[in-house]
Every structure is written in structure tokens, then in C-alpha cells.
Design a protein around this ligand. Structure first.
Ligand code: PEP
Ligand code: MG
Length: 560
């Protein structure tokens, strides 16, 4: 029986393939007879070497495909296999308790992971998973099991409860044609990586594992957030045609890096939201006119301490020079909320989305902020840099940041902007516009804070409505304030890429959209269909409506 499952669109595009249900790596055998101290120690060192070779290979491939910051995760697993804190108790178990190597590893891993799990510090608590992952690999190598990479018997659609960032980053887009997960959302790490890798994906499909059998035919519509199981020949044929059309359109779009000009001759710039250095090339290939948001927090993940100024300088310089002379807006560290920076963020928070996030965290930690700003200012010479502050809610935050920027810049001046992603920032847009050179309206967070609906919580997903008139009225207020003062104003966040958004946003006066790389071509195409006179009337009408549904119906009707 065909079954339609609904989830959250995580990465666009259509994928068709056989379900490869992934329940995690095989655990490996623990119990085998003890073969004597020397023999077990020799088996252990051979398995350590094999594991290290696998991890080096994964790390190097990940560094090329998605960037160094993501690949550092595997480096930390590598270091663990040389760390006496883990390895001494393993050898001790073999020598003193006559355990076989598998059992000795198992016991040492459980002990160390247990210690990490009991810790207060979030970063150290998360290290427990790394210890288990590295230990699991070692045991699989000892017992001759497959190495634990996501196993694929051919091209297929990965169906899993959840995929870690490390598992996602190892996937090969030629074999993993689609990804469906029971957990997660559009802004989870795995979703952002799937988009960077160009793999269609749907997240948050609660009944996925109950409904799916290994080898089932599956259609993934990553744009609609739909998964069709056992679809039957007719639906397969329909989706094959749609996938072929999409791929033709993509090929066409790749060649089309011309400007997006409305039917009545007004240019609207289309830029890319990117999360790692390697994505800059994909953005250029897709026709991006610059980078509207470089989410710099991705440089700071998977590591025990913040990256040094030198490391940051190299990463910013790389993106700026690849994109030159196009504009690159680097958003300063936006950690906190669902983007936890383990280790150096202080105590866990009861309500992190309303806690020490974005600019609040940076102002609390001026050394960290100053180091990032100094690296950016040094890199400014290599391209067309602008700096943007995230999660601003007060004027004082901007004024204080400007003092720190002036100190870090040593005379260098680059345009400064703020994200408008809190209702306070939208309501204070007049005053903020006096302080900065540009705005970028972050509709992902603006929606969550305006409608008080956590963007990652499936229970309130029905309230998370970027097209709600309350959100639109705040966008209008911010856009008007910027336009009146001759300041640039962009919209970033997922809404900018929605097929109904271009006429609405153009009608509100927006002349710059920044979207995930896979959407660049489609957004340009939809701008080219806009007539600004009609768009202005449409936006005016939408602002007066009472519900998101009415707005979407009005926009959908106007498109037909
Ligand atoms: C936003 O909030 O709209 C945005 C672009 O930032 P992020 O998704 O990184 O929070
Ligand atoms: Mg945001």
C-alpha cells in the first residue's frame, strides 16, 4: 500500500530510491576467549592503527567536501585513540584482569563516557558521545565488523531515527540520494549539511521507522517535506519526470548567473546564506551575487576551545577572496539557543532561545568577540567585507559593539549591519537604522519570537508561520525605516526562498534576498516574473489580512 508521510522540508529536491534503513553501526562482539596478554595487546594496537587510518581518511574527505571546521570532529576521535585517559585503562584491563581487547575497550569506554555524562559542563557532557563513537569503531575493528560508516548497498534513501552531523558529512551524494529522519528539523546541523551536500531531505517524520522496511521504494520530496513509501509505478513515473525537470532546470540555472530583474526593470540581488568555506564555490556556481550571511558559528563547533585569530583570519580570507569582488556579509558568532557552543558558554540555560544568544554572548565575552573582529578586519583587505551582528534587541548592544569594533579595527572601517530577528529590533528599526549601514531581516528567528513558537519544536510547528501578518508587519516596519534613510535592507532566512515570497517581499521594498544555495536559481526565476506595481498592491493587501492562511491564499491566487 502506498503511504504518504509528512515531515519538515530539510533540503530541497526530489529523490527516488530504495529505503536503506540505518539503525546505527553494528555493535561488534565483546566476548571472546582471552588469548594471552601479548596477543591481546597486539590485536589492540592493530585495531587502533586501522581505526586511525579510517578516521584520517574520513577527516580528509570531509575537509575537502564541506570544510575544515566540520572535519575537526573526526580529528578529535583520532586524538582519543592516542589519549592515555582512555587507552591506559584498556591496557590495564588486558594486563591485570585478563580481559579480551574488546571487553577491555568496552569497559573503559563505559567508564569514561559515564564520567563525562555526569559532568555539569555541556561541552564535556557531549564528549561522552565522542568516546562511545571512537570506542565503537575500535571494537568493530577488533571483531572484524564493518567499519560503521553508513552502509549503502547501492544508491538509496537513508531512513534513520536521526543522523549526526558526522554521519551526514560522510554521505556521498551519488549513493545517498535522499535522507529521511524521524527526528530533527530544518535548522538542525544534519539538515544544513544535507543542503550543503545537495541531498534532498525531510526531517521530523515521526512514524518513519514503524512504516518503512529496508528495500521499500521511497520518493522524497524535500521541498514539500513529503515522503511517499511504496508509491507504485504511476507515482514513480510522475516523480521521475518531475525529478528530471528539476535537474534540467538546475543545469539551466547553473549556467544562468545573470541578474534577477523584475518585469518592470528593477534589479533585486540574490545572495547566498553559507555555513562553511567550501560552500562559497557552490554559491558561485549557482549564480549567487555575493554572500548575504556567512554563519561564522560553524567555525566554532566541534572543538574544545575557540579557533585562534589566525585560524579565523585564514577562513575569512579564503571566503572573501573566492567571492571577490562580490560582497560577503560575515555574521559575528551567533552561538546559543539551539546552537550550543559546548564548553565556553557557561551553565546550561532553562530557556536557551531567550538566553545568552548571539550578540549577548559576545558582549559577555569581549576577548572572544574582539578576537573574531580583529581577524575579520585583517581579512577585509582580501575582498568586499561587511560585518553583521546577530540577535540584536537593544540600541546599547549596537553602540557597545561599535566601540569594540573600532578598537579591533585599528583604523580599518567596513560596513556594519544588524540582523532584525527580534520583535524589539523591528520595533526600534528607526533608531537602529541611525546606528548602522544595513539591515538583514532574519525571518527564521523573527517568526519564532513574534509568534512565541520555538522553531525546532514539532508540537508548535503549526504556529510557526513566517507569512503571518504579525511577522509581515514587523518586516514592513524594519524595511521602511531602512529605506527612508537610504540604508540597504535584505531578507534572509528560509522564507525568502519560499515560492510565494518574491512578489510579497519585493512589494514591501526589499531589493536583496539571501537564501540557501540550492534555492538561488529558483528565487532569481521567481523575481523575473514579478511586476513591481502589482507586487506593491499585493503586499499592501497582505498586510491588512488577519491570518497566515489568508495571506498565503492571496499570494497563491496572485501567482496563478
Ligand atoms: C534567521 O534567524 O532568519 C537567520 C537567518 O539566522 P539563523 O537561521 O542562523 O538563526
Ligand atoms: Mg537567526
Amino acid at each position: 500500500m502506498p503511504t504518504l508521510l509528512k515531515g519538515i522540508p530539510a533540503s530541497p529536491g526530489i529523490a527516488i530510491g530504495k529505503a536503506a534503513v540505518w539503525t546505527g553501526p553494528a555493535p561488534g562482539t565483546r566476548n571472546r576467549p582471552f588469548a594471552g596478554i601479548e596477543e591481546e595487546l597486539a590485536r589492540l594496537s592493530a585495531a587502533v592503527e586501522r581505526s586511525k587510518a579510517q578516521l584520517r581518511d574520513i577527516r580528509d574527505r570531509a575537509a575537502v567536501r564541506i570544510g575544515k571546521s566540520e572535519s575537526d570532529l573526526f580529528h578529535s576521535h583520532l586524538l582519543m585513540l592516542d589519549d592515555p585517559v582512555l587507552m591506559d585503562p584498556v591496557r590495564e584491563g588486558i594486563r591485570s584482569d585478563s580481559l579480551c581487547a574488546e571487553e577491555a575497550v568496552d569497559r573503559a569506554v563505559a567508564l569514561l563516557a559515564g564520567k563525562f555524562e555526569a559532568m555539569q559542563n555541556e561541552y564535556l557532557r557531549q564528549r561522552a558521545a565522542d568516546v562511545r563513537e571512537a570506542g565503537g569503531r575500535l571494537i568493530r575493528n577488533l571483531s572484524g565488523q564493518p567499519s560503521g560508516e553508513v552502509e549503502m548497498r547501492g544508491a538509496g534513501v537513508i531512513c534513520a531515527r536521526s543522523l549526526s552531523a558526522s554521519e551526514t558529512s560522510q554521505l556521498d551524494a551519488a549513493r545517498a540520494v535522499g535522507i529521511v529522519t524521524a527526528e530533527g528539523g530544518a535548522t538542525s546541523h544534519a539538515a544544513i549539511l544535507a543542503r550543503a551536500l545537495g541531498i534532498p531531505s525531510v526531517a521530523g517524520v515521526a512514524s518513519l521507522l514503524a512504516e518503512t522496511r529496508d528495500g521499500d521504494d521511497v520518493i522524497v520530496d524535500g521541498s514539500a517535506g513529503e515522503v511517499l513509501l511504496r508509491p507504485g509505478e504511476e507515482a514513480l513515473e510522475l516523480y521521475r519526470r518531475r525529478a528530471a525537470e528539476e535537474s534540467r532546470a538546475r543545469a539551466g540555472r547553473t549556467a544562468d548567473d545573470g541578474p534577477a530583474i523584475t518585469r518592470d526593470g528593477v534589479r533585486i540581488e540574490v545572495l547566498a546564506n553559507i555555513s562553511c568555506v567550501a560552500e562559497a564555490d557552490a554559491a558561485l556556481a549557482a549564480g549567487a551575487e555575493g554572500v548575504g550571511v556567512l554563519r561564522s558559528e560553524f567555525l566554532f563547533f566541534h572543538r574544545e576551545a575557540p579557533p585562534s585569530g589566525e585560524e579565523q583570519f585564514e577562513a575569512y580570507r579564503e571566503v572573501l577572496s573566492r567571492m571577490a569582488p562580490r560582497r560577503v556579509v560575515v555574521r559575528t558568532l551567533d552561538a546559543g539557543g539551539d546552537k550550543v557552543l559546548p564548553g565556553w558558554q557557561g551553565a546550561p540555560e532553562e530557556n536557551p532561545e531567550l538566553g545568552l544568544r548571539g550578540i549577548r554572548l559576545c558582549l559577555r565575552n569581549e576577548a572572544l568577540f574582539g578576537c573574531q573582529l580583529a581577524a575579520l578586519m585583517r581579512a577585509a583587505a582580501f575582498g568586499n567585507l561587511a560585518i553583521m551582528l546577530p540577535m540584536v534587541s537593544t540600541l546599547e548592544e549596537v553602540r557597545r559593539s561599535k566601540e569594540i569594533i573600532a578598537r579591533a579595527g585599528g583604523g580599518v572601517r567596513v560596513p556594519l549591519g544588524v540582523m532584525i530577528e527580534t520583535p524589539a529590533a523591528a520595533l526600534m528599526a528607526e533608531e537602529l537604522a541611525e546606528e548602522v549601514d544595513f539591515f538583514s531581516i532574519g525571518v527564521n528567528d523573527l517568526t519564532q519570537y513574534t509568534l512565541a513558537a520555538d522553531r525546532g519544536n514539532r508540537q508548535v510547528a503549526h504556529l510557526y508561520q513566517p507569512f503571518h501578518p504579525a511577522v509581515l508587519r514587523l518586516i514592513q516596519r524594519a524595511a521602511d525605516a531602512a529605506i527612508r534613510r537610504g540604508k540597504r535592507v535584505a531578507v534572509c532566512g528560509e522564507m525568502a526562498a519560499h515560492p510565494l515570497a518574491a512578489p510579497l517581499l519585493a512589494g514591501l521594498g526589499i531589493r536583496e534576498l539571501s537564501v540557501s544555495v540550492p534555492f538561488i536559481g529558483a528565487v532569481k526565476a521567481s523575481i523575473r516574473r514579478v511586476n513591481l506595481g502589482e507586487a506593491g498592491e499585493l503586499a499592501e493587501a497582505a498586510l491588512k489580512l488577519g491570518t497566515a492562511e489568508e495571506v498565503m491564499r492571496r499570494l497563491g491566487g496572485a501567482r496563478e
